[in-house]
Ligand binder design. Structure first.
Ligand SMILES: Cc1cc2nc3c(=O)[nH]c(=O)nc-3n(C[C@H](O)[C@H](O)[C@H](O)COP(=O)(O)OP(=O)(O)OC[C@H]3O[C@@H](n4cnc5c(N)ncnc54)[C@H](O)[C@@H]3O)c2cc1C
Length: 399
């Protein structure tokens, strides 16, 4: 790790990545492993305990595996392979499939730990970026400078640097959702009777999408996702009187949790959905949340950033570096990549779907909501009576 205190010779790299959250750290590791000279600049040596994604599973795991991070994830996270899904105290269905729970800071540390040369991480704040179709330059708060053929902006939701380049954030939905994260345990110290559990909201007026409970190294983690005015007094109740408010909002939870308490600080986050404009510029490319934010309830942020990392770092950057120049003709290939575009669109679609499924109370959404849970419950019952039959039937239909 390099901490740039005194002004020295500029750091020269093929690719300079600004922001070492999950997107930037994964990108740095993938590119450095492929033999490229990478400088990853982040203002913090260790990612702080901020509330972000805390579980990785489903199709995200295939991408993590393809990119070569599965061993690191297995070592850092808590494995679980069954999620009991309930609503109004009754079982909807059971999701089966591997997933890992872990704090976001540990996930980022795992990704940074996969960068072959630790001195590729420069702990400093980037204060200015100047880009062209030839060489790019970064200025750091310490006075240090970095030059590179390509700059990757992976600065998350902090938009200042992009703003200086004329890149704007268009807010698609202000204060779209509210998320809470905390850790729970039974008062008598006994384990819970489930590995992981999802409890869906019962009434549209509550605005509760779901509470997700899953294991992390410190215990049983809770992520509560809501679509409701962040200034509503219930938000304060969730933070201050968490146990009683949870049971008030989700009364069907009581028999599953028993006498429980919250073990740590309740963290919360209000999310705006936004996407950048004016980003097609020579020499610079935006990935992860720096390009588009995601609704935490939709759980699409990691899938999006993994697609960004995989397409940019395994397909485009190696090609771009093979020829002179870094003009917009090259950069636009990434932004119009069909997998990337599909992942970005799917993320927005899911954000709007989850909000409507949770809080719309007109007749058509009321019917859709009932059908949604009924369909899942019927599939679950069929699966219990004839295991594997439904999966076979579905794949026969697709063939
Ligand atoms: C509460 C919450 C819950 C979520 N839950 C889920 C979920 O369940 N499933 C899911 O898929 N997604 C979820 N997400 C989304 C997911 O966490 C994000 O998509 C992902 O963390 C974005 O990673 P990133 O690397 O793009 O940004 P970040 O992790 O924010 O990293 C940005 C980095 O840039 C650095 N930086 C910024 N500016 C500078 C600068 N000028 N100089 C140097 N460094 C700089 C910062 O220090 C930081 O390290 C959730 C998000 C939130 C907020």
């Amino acid at each position: 790790m390099t901490t740039s205190k005194s002004v020295t010779e500029p750091i020269v790299a093929d690719i300079a990545i600004v922001g070492g959250g999950l997107a930037g750290s994964l990108a740095a590791a993938v590119l450095a492993r492929a033999g490229h000279r990478v400088a990853l600049v982040d203002k913090r040596a260790v990612y702080p305990e901020e509330f972000r994604v805390e579980k990785i599973g489903g199709p995200q795991l295939d991408m993590i595996r393809r990119l070569g991070f599965i061993r690191g994830l297995e070592n850092a996270g808590c494995l679980y392979d069954r999620v009991l899904n309930i609503r109004e105290g009754k079982v909807v269905d059971v999701s089966v499939g591997q997933a890992y729970g872990l704090p976001y800071a540990n996930l980022v540390a795992m990704a940074r730990g996969q960068i072959p040369d630790p001195s590729s991480l420069v702990v400093d704040e980037v204060t200015a970026v100047s880009c062209s179709d030839d060489v790019q330059h970064l200025e750091l708060a310490s006075g240090q400078r970095v030059s590179a053929r390509l700059v990757v902006l992976a600065t998350g939701m902090a938009g200042v640097l992009g703003y200086k380049l004329g890149i704007r954030r268009r807010v698609l939905a202000e204060r779209h959702s509210v998320s809470f994260g905390f850790t729970i345990a039974r008062r008598n110290g006994a384990p819970f009777d489930f590995k992981a559990l999802t409890c869906y909201g019962e009434r549209t007026s509550d605005g509760v999408d779901y509470l997700s409970l899953f294991p992390v190294p410190a215990g049983m983690r809770a992520n509560l996702f809501m679509f409701r005015d962040p200034t509503d007094p219930v938000m304060r109740d969730v933070r201050r009187d968490t146990e009683a408010t949870l049971l008030r909002l989700l009364p069907g939870l009581q028999p599953y949790l028993g006498d429980f308490h919250v073990m740590d600080r309740v963290q919360n986050w209000v999310m705006d959905l936004s996407v950048v404009e004016g980003h097609l510029q020579p020499g610079v490319v935006l990935i992860g949340d720096a390009f588009q934010t995601n609704c935490p309830a939709a759980g699409t942020g990691v899938a999006r950033l993994l697609v960004d990392v995989e397409r940019l770092c395994t397909e485009y950057v190696p090609q771009w570096l093979n020829t002179a120049g870094m003009g917009t003709d090259k950069i636009s290939q990434f932004y119009s990549d069909s997998d990337k575009v599909a992942a970005d669109q799917q993320s927005l679609k899911m954000a709007h779907f989850r909000q409507a499924l949770t809080s719309r109370n007109d007749i058509s959404w009321d019917v859709r909501r009932r059908l949604h849970f009924l369909r899942r419950n019927i599939s679950h019952r069929v699966d219990q009576m004839r295991p594997g039959w439904l999966a076979g039937f579905r794949s026969a239909l697709r063939a």
